[in-house]
Design a protein around this ligand. Structure first.
Ligand code: SF4
Length: 318
């Protein structure tokens, strides 16, 4: 498969009152065309800021120190404002955790879809309307013609998320960045949205970067998984290989904390992930790792290939 997106050795931090604080260390990951790549980790581990770097939607005090973000081989970090605005929405669309951050409550869902179609496909009148209805049907909104005239507040949470996905499809986006897209939804609707993303990926060939804290959610859907901990990617592998043969102690701990492991004792990971204000030497997971050795406290383990396509950053594996 061809790589549509590559993040290479991204180092990023924030200028704070107490100086520069690094938040991402050498983050690298790639997304193949037509792939769903799940970026997994606890809240605050840097997965959202990694994804937002792709769209250059970063807080004002963020500073990218080094690295590359290649979209179809071109470095997004070198794009000017015009190229960036074409990239956002048209080529790479964001499916946010809260769909109301993307939907305007003052306009009907249909009107917002028509606007997107007018801007990105140059269509108007009946042709634009037909496209809008087609997009609503693709995301399985029932009675699409009637729902076209509904306002966002008349949609349930799941329907709002479907409407956002319809807008991304109407732009012919090549990449969807879905940032915890089901967190605000109940479990049944979560599964429906994941199935929908899977279906769209298969039918349209769109690539999906899925940001989530929930490994159970991606176990049946993702093609590839990268696990982040405290600003670093600590393991990455094809999803099947990852679930059969997890290598990093943090990945193992996350897997043991999935409630769906029937019969197995549910475990929690002791301690808290560090904040960006905490200085940690060596492996950033060492204060919470049950396998910690002296070397782990002194030296940083780099991400190393364990076998084809599977890498982990742990001294136990090197
Ligand atoms: Fe644990 Fe050491 Fe591996 Fe870090 S390098 S995950 S502390 S065993």
């Amino acid at each position: 498969m061809n790589k549509i997106l590559e993040i290479k050795n991204l180092n990023l931090g924030f200028n704070t009152e107490s100086g520069f604080r690094q938040a991402l260390w050498d983050v690298s990951l790639s997304l193949d065309k037509g792939e769903m790549h799940a970026l997994v980790g606890e809240s605050g581990c840097g997965k959202t800021i990694s994804a937002m770097s792709v769209l250059r939607l970063l807080p004002k005090n963020a500073l990218i120190k080094s690295g590359e973000i290649l979209y179809n081989g071109e470095d997004v970090l070198k794009f000017d404002k015009t190229r960036l605005s074409t990239l956002r929405g048209a080529k790479i669309a964001l499916i946010p955790q809260d769909p109301m951050t993307s939907l305007n409550p003052l306009y009907t869902v249909g009107n917002q879809l028509l606007e997107v179609i007018k801007i990105h496909q140059g269509l108007s009148g009946n042709a634009a309307y037909e496209k809008a209805i087609e997009a609503l049907k693709t995301v399985q909104i029932p009675s699409a013609e009637e729902r076209f005239n509904s306002y966002p507040h008349e949609f349930s949470g799941g329907m709002k998320q479907r409407a956002i996905i319809a807008m991304a499809l109407a732009c012919h986006a090549e990449i969807l960045i879905a940032d915890e897209p089901t967190t605000a939804l109940d479990v049944t609707i979560q599964a429906q949205i994941m199935k929908l993303l899977q279906k769209i990926k298969t039918e349209t060939g769109v690539s999906i970067l899925l940001i989530t804290h929930d490994l159970a959610l991606v176990s049946e859907n993702a093609d590839f998984i990268s696990v982040m901990y405290a600003g670093r990617v600590v393991e990455s592998a094809p999803a099947k290989e990852f679930f059969l043969n997890p290598q990093h102690p943090y990945s193992l701990a996350l897997l043991k904390s999935i409630p769906s492991n029937r019969g197995a004792k549910l475990e929690t990971i002791h301690g808290q992930p560090p904040s960006i204000y905490q200085e940690i030497t060596g492996c950033r997971f060492h204060p919470r790792c049950e396998y910690c050795m002296d070397k782990c406290i002194r030296e940083i383990p780099e991400l190393m290939l364990i076998n084809e396509n599977h890498s982990a950053a742990c001294w136990l594996k090197l």
